[in-house]
Design a protein around this ligand. Sequence first.
Ligand code: SF4
Length: 121
Amino acid sequence: MNDFGQLIIEDCKSGKQKIAHKYQVLIYMLLFPLSPKGKALCQGQTPAGRLVYPDEIVEISPLDVDSEFKDFFLQTVAIISGSTPPPQAPSHWECRYCNVPAAYCPARIELGADTGKHDLF
Ligand code: SF4
């Protein structure tokens, strides 16, 4: 709780800032008040959020859980739970932490894979 009695959902990160971190906390801020414990603690209020990095703290306002974010969240849930699989978008970053073996995921990008010629770098 902060000085105003507002609940704060805090997430500590060890790496660099990523926009995905903010969305992760926004999801917590949206859903926690719906849980039994969250209902008791939040009492109908959206909690604030906070990302704690080794060198910086980023505050997230409850106002960021707005209709635009809720629409985005609902659309994402619809894609995830839909009968049509979403397009694959593998990346080195995600695949290196994933336990799905290449035999079961043809989209997997292995370290050292030939990613083709491009002019990104
Ligand atoms: S290995 Fe396959 S399932 Fe795992 S992150 Fe990569 S693309 Fe996704």
